[in-house]
Design a protein around this ligand. Structure first.
Ligand SMILES: Cc1cc2nc3c(=O)[nH]c(=O)nc-3n(C[C@H](O)[C@H](O)[C@H](O)COP(=O)(O)OP(=O)(O)OC[C@H]3O[C@@H](n4cnc5c(N)ncnc54)[C@H](O)[C@@H]3O)c2cc1C
Length: 390
């Protein structure tokens, strides 16, 4: 049996941040990670360059049953704080677009930085080491592992979500929440490509690789970015973003000519003998324009369609409704939406309100960021918050 002030389970982004903070406060910390490689999700993130934060991150960039929950932690540990840390370590970075900050070289720089910060806090490690059991003791928790038992007063669960199971994701955090009576918002894949239903796949499946600038909306989420056709359905940033809002039954509304007035544009050419798809090919990929017009029975000359049909076509162009058949699931999802319900957590400490000493941080919590560095910012901010109190 070893004794610690704090045991953190899960050495990902949030877990390492929390362990380093608690350790640097003088707490004795044990960090337990079951996977044999450290920070794998950080390593593969951002195409290997880790989009480690977003300079404009606010609570408005996150989904949760309680959208205000993340506000306090994000305000106390801002993107600027993390950027200062990155600069202190001499890690070169750049903004790609929309406030998204990436390493110039490799995501390994971020992993090394977090590991160094843990070393500065004298964090002890068990890795690789699974956790067999967690139990409440008189003044804390007993954690049972094959490498011996660990006793602690504060237990931090930082085991992440379910996405990419082949690099160590498990439902461990949800099970612990349930064990201690905390509700879990049903998890589902987020930031994930969507699959076409068979009819749409037959029509658009061969457009794989084609992309369009589109504004995609669903259930309150609305994003203007690239939409990419794949051999299974739709992907690209606009689709990944809106996938986190998709409930499995509401059609997406896709504006194929965002910012324009399609009715005005089309009706100005109502006397043209040109085919509608030929005109649309001025602003959309040609093959897509042809397939899309064929699908809607309007691959005809403009003149023949007349103003009424052109207005209908314009409305469709601004709100093409697509009902996906599903998502590509956790193996392809960047995040997990849902998780430990914030209703039973303190937004100040990340501690469970009814279970003193038990904390949940990072993606395991029902706080999910948009694409673009927001999820790491939540991992840093929630990890930092718990690190001050655990
Ligand atoms: C392909 C991909 C690219 C991404 N790119 C970005 C990006 O560029 N920017 C961004 O902001 N976000 C990105 N994300 C999301 C981001 O990686 C996660 O939101 C973030 O890592 C969550 O941090 P976490 O510490 O909560 O969980 P994780 O980083 O997933 O860490 C959880 C840790 O717990 C360990 N663990 C799990 N179960 C157990 C157990 N039973 N016992 C012990 N240990 C356990 C896991 O092995 C893991 O090390 C990406 C995700 C993916 C999949």
């Amino acid at each position: 049996m070893s004794d610690h002030d704090v045991v953190v389970i899960g050495a990902g982004a949030a877990g390492m941040m929390c362990a380093a903070q608690a350790g640097q406060r003088g707490r004795s910390v044990l960090l337990i990670e079951h996977y044999h490689l450290l920070g794998e999700k950080i390593r593969i993130s951002g195409g290997g360059r880790c989009n480690f934060t977003n300079s404009g991150a606010t609570a408005a960039n996150f989904l949760s049953q309680n959208p205000d929950f993340c506000r306090s932690a994000l305000a106390r540990y801002t993107p600027r704080h993390f950027i200062s840390q990155v600069e202190k370590y001499g890690i070169a970075y750049h903004e790609k677009k929309l406030g998204q900050l990436f390493c110039d070289d490799t995501a390994q720089d971020i992993i090394r930085m977090l590991k160094d910060e843990c070393d500065r806090g004298n964090v002890q490690w068990r890795m690789p080491c699974p956790v067999d059991r967690v139990e409440r003791s008189t003044d804390g928790f007993d954690v049972t592992t094959p490498q011996g038992n660990a006793r602690c007063t504060s237990l931090v669960i930082a085991t992440g979500g379910l996405s990419v199971p082949k690099i160590g994701a498990t439902p461990f955090g949800y099970r612990i929440a349930e064990q201690f009576g905390l509700p879990v918002v049903p998890p589902r894949p987020g930031l994930v490509p969507l699959a076409f239903a068979p009819e749409a796949l037959a029509r658009y499946g061969d457009l794989s690789g084609v992309s369009v600038d589109a504004e995609v909306a669903c259930n309150g989420g609305r994003f203007r970015e690239n939409l990419l056709f794949t051999h299974r359905g739709l992907s690209g940033p606009a689709i990944l973003q809106v996938s986190s809002y998709w409930d499995g039954r509401t059609p997406l509304s896709i504006d194929l000519l965002p910012g324009g007035d399609a009715a005005q544009w089309l009706c100005a050419q109502v006397n043209s003998q040109a085919l509608l798809p030929t005109l649309l090919a001025q602003r959309l990929p040609k093959r897509f324009a042809q397939q899309w017009c064929a699908a809607h029975g309007i691959a005809m000359p403009m003149k023949q369609l007349g103003e009424g049909k052109l207005r209908e076509a314009a409305a469709l162009l601004h709100a093409w409704r697509v009902l996906p058949s599903g998502t590509l699931g956790y193996p392809k999802a960047e995040v997990t939406c849902g998780g430990v319900a914030t209703s039973h957590l303190s937004s100040k400490t990340m501690g469970a309100t009814d279970v003193p000493g038990l904390y949940f941080i990072g993606e395991v919590v029902d706080v999910t960021g948009w694409l673009g560095g927001y999820n790491f910012q939540w991992a840093w901010a929630s990890g930092h918050a718990a690190g001050q109190f655990a």
